[in-house]
Ligand binder design. Sequence first.
Ligand SMILES: [Zn+2]
Length: 100
Amino acid sequence: MLQCQRCLEDVAVGVRSRSRFRLVQAGEEWGDQDLDDDTYEALELEGLLDVRTLIEDEVLLSLPAIALHDQCSPPGAGADADAAKPSPFAELGRLKQGKQ
Ligand SMILES: [Zn+2]
């Protein structure tokens, strides 16, 4: 759950992420092919791999910078009020047509 940046309510954000890693022990040679092959990330390890932290980092990287509902309104502006109010641009268009 993240906060919708338009209506400020909770919005559920799905995360789907797939990553490949090559684990390199600290002090081990990385090899030149690691620098060319970008289908995986090389991770330098000191001791055991902390999978939980790794997953947490991947999830955080996958989250959108700004979370929004597909359709919602800012607080205070109800959907009905929005629909009843003509767009200022539509109004402008009408005025322009009347003058020509
Ligand atoms: Zn919203």
